[in-house]
Design a protein around this ligand. Structure first.
Ligand code: GDP
Ligand code: IMO
Ligand code: MG
Length: 430
């Protein structure tokens, strides 16, 4: 199979960056297809840490091409800052190894102002966004007033479009009793960065089509996770894009058959950052243990991640909805030392047993997890590089997860390090 799509199966931060980096040795091109710099992907290579937000995780490897597809919302200032930071770590980023779709939508400073204002307006019930302007930028895209990379080539069009867009936003800001934002200032700020951004702009759908015809291997890199998907996640506590594997096609300009093997990245327990329902959340010592041992702090905002038991119901739902063929199970080592482990295998809602998470916000808040308890292991799995190095109880835990979610574990990750990864089945083999 010439392509693999990596997507998160929980609420993000499953370890997608690590797995994409590992898999990118087998790929020719890595493509981001949704989200923006709300994402935070950490790679650890020979002890050196790289934190990526907008750049595809293949960027650190020499001779690999990286693409930011049309489905991504691009903050040009954040992108330039990230390019600089990664260059300072010795990674080459030039138009020879990075292309951004000319039809990608831009995130502008007004979008983070709006993101913050809308969060404030939600009062005691905020979404807990990353305040990066993601939601407002996607709103502009869908409302057909968005500014796109290609508009930077045409100053007159750009000026007019910004004027139209700000007519809308300034009315809203005034209504919220906030300071308005000057359209001229946005225009001049964009004109200052356009010469740095435009060399990366390209016709991504054509480039990918050519690569595909040449038999090149494409690795699609999803951000966030299925439970944050705007259609299938815990709405409204979601982000504003689709993580669904089909978005890999839409968000890069290819047909659905180009997506190939769908690999769901899955943490061996559950975390969530921001507000919203979380049935298996642990607010006790075990939750604290997972958070500390797993270093569960957001890569983007530094916020503490909420932690809980593995929820097989949610992952099974993601597997089914998104067509996940196999999973990469990460952070198994974080469970080392726990006497017993619980896995959520169903929910109780108003006294009735159900085996899926309903769409209603009220029901999602109310469901009570039904647990199975499994024996833990005291041995260390950290850094294990072979299946035979795992204690029997850990093997049992992994096998049981496979059974419950209806998908096999194709990769197993046992530490943040790139090579602490066990391959059971090569996703590129189909
Ligand atoms: P992403 O957003 O899905 O790319 O995940 P993040 O990078 O935000 O968060 C995952 C964190 O777990 C990062 O700090 C990784 O270095 C780390 N990590 C990834 N895989 C493993 C693993 O198998 N074990 C441990 N202990 N840490 C891991
Ligand atoms: P990666 O790619 C975890 C969450 C935010 C918030 C909600 C909406 O690292 O897995 P937004 O700023 O997108 O409007 O926030 O989505 N969120 C993430 N949580 N990992 C991410 O990305 C996330 N990106 C957004 O915390 O709850
Ligand atoms: Mg992350």
């Amino acid at each position: 199979m010439a392509s693999v799509a990596v997507i998160g199966s929980q609420w993000g931060d499953e370890g997608k960056g690590k797995i994409v980096d590992w898999l990118s040795s087998r790929a020719d091109v890595v493509v981001r297809f949704q989200g923006g710099h709300n994402a935070g992907h950490t790679l650890v290579i020979d002890g050196k840490t790289y934190k990526l937000h907008l750049l595809p995780s293949g960027i650190v490897r020499k001779n690999k091409f990286s693409i930011i597809g049309n489905g991504v919302v691009v903050d040009p200032w954040a992108l330039l800052k990230e390019i600089k930071a990664i260059r300072d770590q010795g990674v080459d980023v030039t138009p020879d190894n990075l292309m951004i779709a000319e039809n990608a939508t831009l995130i502008l400073p007004v979008h983070s102002v709006l993101d913050e204002a809308m969060e404030k307006a939600r009062g005691n019930d905020p979404i807990g966004t990353t305040k990066r302007g993601i939601g407002p930028a996607y709103e502009d895209k869908v409302a057909r007033r968005g500014i796109r990379i290609c508009d930077l080539r045409e100053p007159d069009v750009l000026k007019e479009k910004i004027g139209n867009m700000m007519l809308h936003h300034n009315a809203l800001l005034k209504g919220l009793g906030m300071d308005t934002v000057s359209a001229d200032e946005i225009y001049s700020a964009l004109m200052k960065v356009r010469d740095e951004i435009l060399p990366y702009a390209g016709v991504v759908w054509r480039v990918l089509d050519k690569m595909r015809r040449e038999g090149k291997k494409i690795l699609f890199e999803g951000a966030q996770g299925m439970m944050l998907d705007v259609d299938h996640g815990t709405y409204p506590f979601v982000t504003s894009s689709n993580m669904h594997a089909a978005q890999a096609a839409t968000g890069s300009g290819m047909g659905p058959d180009a997506v190939g093997y769908i690999l769901g990245i899955t943490k061996a327990y559950t975390t969530r950052v921001g507000s919203g329902p979380f049935p298996t959340e642990l607010e006790d010592d075990v939750g604290k243990y997972l958070g500390e041992k797993g270093h569960e702090f957001g890569t983007t905002t530094g916020r503490k991640r909420r932690c809980g038991w593995f929820d097989a119901v949610l992952v099974r739902q993601s597997v089914t909805i998104s067509g996940i063929k196999g999973i990469a199970l990460t952070k198994l080592d974080v469970l080392d030392g726990l006497k017993e482990l619980k896995i959520c295998v169903g929910y109780e809602l108003d006294g009735k047993k159900i085996d899926y998470l309903p769409a209603s916000q009220a029901a999602q808040e109310k469901v009570v997890p039904v647990y199975e308890t499994m024996e833990g292991w005291s041995e260390s799995t950290k850094g294990a590089r072979s299946w035979k190095d795992l204690p029997a109880a850990a093997v049992k835990y992994v096998r049981h997860i496979e059974e419950l979610i209806g998908a096999p574990v194709t990769l197993l990750s046992t530490s943040p390090e790139r090579d602490d990864t066990i391959l059971m089945h090569d996703p590129f083999a189909g």
